[in-house]
Write a new protein. Structure first.
Length: 494
């Protein structure tokens, strides 16, 4: 996790060389590593022990050494970044939290940051304060932050993504953040760059930023509620309703726009705060499921896979299919879980099973795409556990786990995920489906846990079977409709 103290050896000594000057680096090196030729071996042994502790936060029951290796590697990738270096900023003299190597929020806000918050909540609080300190000093909450002060180089990738992380930390009531301070910066940040056009025109392009900013308003309303500003909650909630302007009601997909590393189809199935209205806009549950089925290729002929060095024509033909890319990139992360809002957890189970079992491995091609600061690896950790975080909404969707039994150390609270009827999954084999869920011995009909339930630990017992059941079909994950009367203008026809 980057910076640690003498009891938690990590990368702090190296950080000081980069950030705080040679003299401080020399002092840190002696204090944290000690003098003499044995210092390297001692530091290496201490670092190994710390990594064993971190990797031990998720333990699973599996007969496969390859699967164990995949999980351990994914968890390792999930905990490398960002680098936290308290009192080490080279850009401002004030002490306090500092974070870098945050490249980029676009890659990690959906999966990595919720995993970090679950396993090491104290580090989540430290990162939250570091982001707010950056906003205090530089005027914006960054989309990415490297060891380079100034304009956000990653702003085209997304807008207001730190808001999702801050909303989750706030909803969990983790101590150590000044939420009045946070609210000021979150609110101000929503008016920057794409946010100004969102307010004046009702929509902004690339249209994915419209979804980012609308959800950013919803997340900021979470913080406004925490500090007791009900008037601001109402104002922000109305502005959050602008997400609907990004969609074309004629086909239920996003309006035509430009795109960053994606296209209309894979951006259209994001998990919004009001998925019930999103599904209605698409024509209802059956129509929404048909759209998802088309995207995931249910009932379609198999796609011809590209070779190791595909040409332009081959790649163009593949993109023209408008199909799921097998988790090749971040916009695809949430799409398999959209089915659950339409009462089809069986479809989620099938897609997630295929991705977990066939897209992650130990050899060449062991990752479905660029891991991007552990974003895809964190997806694997969650999905294999039968969980998926709905970032910013303090929810965790439930699905069939890929392990007979798993144990998580959730900020010091043990959480066990156990199964009945479990069959060891295989690549190309059938998916298993949830038949029932019990939380601490009580039946759970809804297909999700709240953040509070997950973070307090306990025992989740998942009954599995080979065929879909009625579980998760009647009770849907929650949606929050916007209040009547949005203050945004109607966008002009583009």
């Amino acid at each position: 996790m980057g910076r640690t103290d003498a009891r938690r050896p990590g990368r702090r000594a190296a950080v000081r060389v980069l950030a705080a000057g040679v003299e401080q680096a020399r002092e840190s090196l002696e204090r944290e590593c000690g003098p003499g030729p044995r210092s390297f071996d001692e530091r290496r042994a201490a670092t190994r022990d710390v990594w064993r502790e971190h990797l031990g936060k998720v333990a699973v029951d599996t007969p496969s050494s390859d699967k164990q290796q995949v999980l351990a590697t994914a968890l390792y990738h999930s905990l490398i970044k960002p680098c936290l270096a308290v009192d080490e900023s080279p850009f401002w003299p004030t002490p306090g939290p500092f974070a870098f190597d945050l490249s980029t929020m676009w890659d990690i806000y959906r999966t990595h940051l919720p995993l970090m918050t679950a396993l090491v909540p104290d580090k989540a609080v430290e990162l939250a304060n570091a982001l707010l300190q950056i906003a205090e000093e530089e005027g914006n909450l960054p989309i990415g932050y490297r060891m380079a002060r100034g304009a956000d180089r990653f702003s085209r990738q997304g807008s207001a993504l730190a808001h999702t992380f801050l909303a989750d930390v706030c909803a969990l009531e983790l101590p150590g953040v000044d939420w009045d301070w946070a609210l000021v910066h979150m609110h101000d940040d929503l008016r920057r760059t794409y946010g100004e056009e969102y307010l004046t025109k009702g929509i902004t392009h690339p249209v994915s930023h419209t979804l980012d900013i609308a959800f950013g308003y919803w997340c900021t309303a979470v913080v406004a509620a925490r500090v007791g500003d009900r008037t601001l909650v109402d104002q922000l909630s109305a502005l959050a309703g602008g997400w609907s302007r990004a969609f074309d009601p004629r086909d239920g997909l996003l309006v035509d726009s430009t795109w960053y590393e994606g296209g209309k189809w894979n951006y259209s199935f994001r998990l919004l705060h009001d998925m019930a209205s999103r599904i209605t806009l698409a024509g209802g549950g059956d129509a929404f499921v048909r759209m998802l089925d088309r995207f995931f290729g249910f009932g379609a002929d198999p796609v011809k896979q590209p070779g190791h060095a595909p040409g332009i024509d081959e790649m163009t033909a593949g993109y023209a299919l408008h199909r799921f890319e097998g988790l090749n990139n971040e916009p695809d992360m949430e799409a398999p879980w959209s089915y659950m809002y339409a009462g089809r957890p069986d479809r989620t189970a099938q897609v997630v099973h295929d991705v977990v079992q066939q897209q992650f491995g130990t050899g060449r091609g062991g990752l479905p795409g660029n891991d991007d600061s552990g974003g895809l690896s964190s997806w694997y950790v969650w999905a294999s556990l039968g969980l998926f975080p709905v970032a910013g909404q303090n929810l965790f969707l439930l699905n069939a786990p890929a392990w007979r039994e798993a144990r998580l150390d959730v900020g010091g609270a043990p959480l066990s995920i156990e199964t009945t009827g479990f069959v060891e999954p295989e690549p190309g084999g059938p998916a298993q489906h949830v038949q029932s869920v019990h939380l601490d011995g009580e039946p759970l009909d809804r297909p999700y846990l709240t953040g509070a339930e997950l973070h307090r630990g306990g025992r989740v017992l998942v009954g599995l079977g080979p065929e879909p059941s009625g579980w998760g079909r009647r009770h849907r994950p929650p949606s929050t409709p916007a209040p009547a009367g949005s203050s945004l203008p109607r966008p002009a026809t583009r």
